[in-house]
Design a protein around this ligand. Structure first.
Ligand code: BES
Ligand code: MN
Ligand code: MN
Length: 463
């Protein structure tokens, strides 16, 4: 890389960090309407940071939900254009009592995996910290007139709630968003000394279910034993969704699953992974995945079904002998290539309604969904990312399929007809979505250092 850019990064490290901390102090929780103003305030700060970084055109687009921050910087129409996507919204921080320091008061602490220190705050890794690396890398390149590509920024505030307004925006502003590649840092590396690039994401189908019994809560002694208990029925129904091999029992669920070749499976299982360390770090003594697949496979190339929340009846202090009238659960299914979110949601609904015993009524309400994505590794953009990581880490990155979802990636391909590069810098152990989310300072600075290499190699490969 241009050593002046490197020097600029080194000289401004402290400021980059303090600017990120300022952004982390605003609770941009997209899921909770009570935080709407804070989300908007964060959008303003993102826009301001783009302007300060030297971005020529910055605009905040309001949506039916939270705003989209868009920036454009054109240096030469003949050069390739990189569209940087990221999100400034964060997951709800609860349960608050499990945080060692308040989620929106960032502190820096050392950990075993982050001996240089890590920023503890909601959104530090997912995705404010990773999104902000792009703003700062851009600033460094602009300040030395060494930007080798045109850049567009699209930073949204609804990723954690399904990006539905962004989908509409992409369709509406297709022309404006024209680009050669989408670059995203919202995933992880295997370890700080084992760089990797994500080459696939899973899709998602998310539903909420309600089991309804009697027309009111009842005395469990007077009516129990005769009247259906929705909480219990719900448990039975959920239990039946997987067989003893942890195979999902919904008819048709696996019909469209793209099988992965045995060569590919062999290759992906060569990625460094220690099951004992994995279990130890999670405080568990066994894993419980689908038989015939390794943990790496279970969490990337296989579809899954998980209960995300379940409630009903009495959950307050002490005991109450009640037979609840209703019980609820939130259930999500991670999907793999060729499975269609809408199809899976319909299959789930049909099956779940069909297994309800006559003593209850069941309602299935679909939430958001999204399709899986594969980002091939034989493209100029993948090569540019691999070369960039090789330059900054001194090691060839390993391609890995990710288990999480970024639903908009499949849409970028469909609507904008471009491929995405998922060059993330977090660690899986950074506790995203959990209490005590953190992001390593090493990772933050490594990202800022790697991104200019990507631009350089990408411009060279596209010549
Ligand atoms: N950044 C994550 C996705 C992710 C994390 C991908 C780690 C790969 C590795 C993203 O913010 C996220 O959490 N997405 C949601 C999906 C959304 C529809 C709520 C997810 O995966 O649950
Ligand atoms: Mn994210
Ligand atoms: Mn997330």
């Amino acid at each position: 890389m241009n050593s002046a850019v490197q020097q600029y990064i080194n000289e401004n490290k402290e400021r980059f960090l303090s600017e990120l901390l300022e952004m982390l102090r605003i609770p941009s929780v997209s899921a909770d309407p009570g935080f709407k103003d804070q989300v908007a305030k964060t959008a303003d700060l993102v826009a301001e940071s783009l302007i300060k970084a030297g971005c020529q055109k910055v605009h905040i687009y309001p949506t039916k939900g939270h705003p989209i921050v868009y920036g454009e910087h054109t240096i030469d129409a003949s050069l390739p254009t990189v569209l940087v996507y990221g999100h400034y919204d964060v997951q709800p921080p609860d349960p608050l009592e499990l945080w060692e320091s308040p989620p929106f008061e960032p502190v820096i602490k050392k950990t075993a995996l982050h001996p240089d220190g890590a920023i503890f705050a909601r959104g530090s890794c997912d995705d404010k910290g990773q999104m902000f690396m792009h703003v700062k890398a851009f600033e460094a390149m602009v300040s030395h007139q060494s930007l080798p590509c045109n850049v567009k920024f699209m930073i949204e505030g609804e990723e954690e709630i399904g990006s539905s307004n962004l989908g509409t925006f992409c369709n509406e502003y297709k022309e404006m968003l024209t680009c050669d590649v989408v670059l995203i840092s919202d995933t992880s590396v295997i370890a700080n000394d084992i760089p990797s690039i994500t080459v696939g994401l899973r899709g998602l189908s998310y539903v909420e279910v309600e089991v309804i019994g009697a027309n009111k809560d009842l005395h469990s002694g007077v009516y129990g034993g005769a009247v259906a208990n929705p909480a219990q029925v719900l448990c039975d129904m959920i239990a039946s969704l997987k067989d003893e091999n942890k195979h999902i029992t919904i008819p048709g669920f696996y019909d469209d699953v793209a099988e992965v070749s045995s060569e590919e499976r062999t290759a992906m299982n060569k990625a460094p992974f220690d099951r004992d360390v994995y279990m130890q770090s999670l405080g568990i003594h066994d894993t419980m995945g689908e038989s015939d697949y390794t943990i790496l496979e279970q969490t990337s190339i296989r579809p899954t079904l998980e209960v995300n929340g379940i409630w009903g009846g009495y959950i307050g202090e002490g005991a109450k002998t009640v037979l609840p009238a209703k019980a609820f659960a939130k259930i999500s299914m991670r999907l793999v290539p060729n499975q269609k979110s809408d199809v899976i949601t319909a299959l789930f609904k049909k099956h779940f309604e069909s297994i309800a015993p006559p003593g209850v009524r069941v309602e299935v309400r679909p939430h958001h969904g999204g399709e899986a994505a594969v980002t091939p590794s034989d493209t100029p953009e993948y090569k540019a990312a691999a070369m960039a990581m090789n330059s900054s880490y001194g090691k060839e990155p390993i391609p890995v399929r990710g288990g999480g979802s970024i639903p908009i990636v499949a849409l970028f391909e469909k609507v904008l007809n471009v491929k995405t590069v998922l060059m993330g810098f977090g660690l899986d152990s950074d506790d995203i979505h959990s209490p005590n989310e953190h992001y390593g300072l090493f990772n933050f600075y490594k990202g800022i250092e790697t991104i200019p290499y990507f631009y350089k190699y990408y411009a060279e490969l596209k010549k």
